[in-house]
Design a protein around this ligand. Sequence first.
Ligand SMILES: *Cc1c(COP(=O)(O)O)cnc(C)c1O
Length: 409
Amino acid sequence: MIKINENYLKLKAGYLFPEIGRRTRAYQQGHPQARIIRLGIGDVTLPLPAAVIEAFHRAVDEMSDSATFKGYGPEQGYEFLIRAIIDNDYKSRGVDLSLDEIFVSDGSKCDSGNIQEIFSVANTIAVTDPVYPVYVDTNVMAGRTGAGDERGCYEGIVYMACTPENNFMPEPPEQDVDLIYLCYPNNPTGAVAGCEALARWVAYARAHKAILLFDAAYEAFIRDPAIPHSIFEIPGAREVAIELRSFSKTAGFTGTRCAFTVIPKELQAYTAGGKAVEVNPIWHRRHCTKFNGVSYPVQAAAAATYSQAGKKQVRELVDYYMENARIIRTRLSEFGYQVYGGVDAPYIWLQTPDGMGSWEFFDKLLNEAHVIGTPGAGFGPAGEGFFRLSAFGDRDNVEAAMERIGRLV
Ligand SMILES: *Cc1c(COP(=O)(O)O)cnc(C)c1O
C-alpha cells in the first residue's frame, strides 16, 4: 500500500491567493459591469526591457545553428552570467564572491523552498510574522513542524512578530533557533533592514551557530543609500548567511524565470555530533542532482540586465513601480490611512481603518471600490489589521484605484 507523506495533510487549505480569486470571481459574476483593479498579487506588469529581449532573441537564434547550439549547460549557471552578477551586484558594493559561491536557478521561490532540504529536520526554524508563505509551507512539507492552528501557525516554528513598534524588524529571539528566514526589503510589509539590525542578526547567528536565509528579491527597490543591498555587506555574514536574489521583480522575469543563491565557502552547519561541515559543496551536490540548469536563452537574457543599456532600462522599470508606490503612499496618507513601506520597497502596508479585520477590509474594497488588495492576515497572525497593496500595477490603474479609495466612506 502506497503511503502518502502526511506532512502535506497538515498544510492549511484555502491558501491566500485562491481565496482572493474565489471572492473576486464571485463578486464579478454578480456584478459583470464592475471594472476590477488588481493591486493584490505580487506580479509585475511591464514587459521585459529591450536589451533583455534583444539578447533573448539572439540566444534563441544561436540554438538554431549547430555551430552555436547549446545542450546541457553547467548546473550552477553559465560563467558569463555568474561573472556579471559578481561584478555588478556584489563587487560594486564591496562584496567579493567567487564563481562557485553562486548557484543560478529558475527562481527564488524554488530556492527558498528547496534550501531547507539540506538541513536536518531536527532544526528549529524562525520566521517573521507576517511571512512569505513559502518559507513556512516547505518546512511543514518536510516534517519540521507539528499541526497548524486556526490562525495558520504551526507548532514548532518560532514566529517573530513584525509590528509598527519594531519597524517590522524583530529582534533576535531569546531562545535557540537554527534556520532564520529574513526577507528585506520585506514582502509584505515593505519594511527595510538597516546595517545595525542586520548586524544584530549576524551576531545572533554566529553566537548560536545558526544560519540566516536572507531573501533579497527586492533589493533593487532600495532608494536609501544607507540601506545594505546584500547581507554580505555586514561583517561576519559570510560564515552564517545564505542570500537569495531574483530577476523576477527587478527585471520583469516572473514569467521568464531566473534567480540565484549565494552560499559562501565559509558557511558551516554541524552534524549531530557537533562536527562542522561546509554547506556550499552540499548545496552543489543537491543542485547538480536535482536540477539541470536554467535554459541558455534565459541566462543570456538575464546577463543582458547588466549591460549598459540593460541597467538603464531596468532602472526605468524600477522607477516606474516606485512612482506607483509613491502615489499609493501619498494618496492613502492624504485620505487618512496609516501607511508603511512603499519607500524602499514596492509594497504598501496599510493599517485597516477603525480596527477592521483584514478580510473585512478586503471585501469592503472589492465591493465598494472594485479594488483588490491582499489581506494581511493571509501572511500570518501579526498581519491581521493590515492590508497589502502592490505597486506593480499599471499607472492608470493605480491612479484610478486611488481615486476610488478616496471616495470610500
Ligand atoms: C517574488 C518573490 C520572490 C521571487 O520569486 P521567483 O521564484 O524568483 O519569481 C522571492 N521572494 C519573495 C519574498 C518574493 O516576494
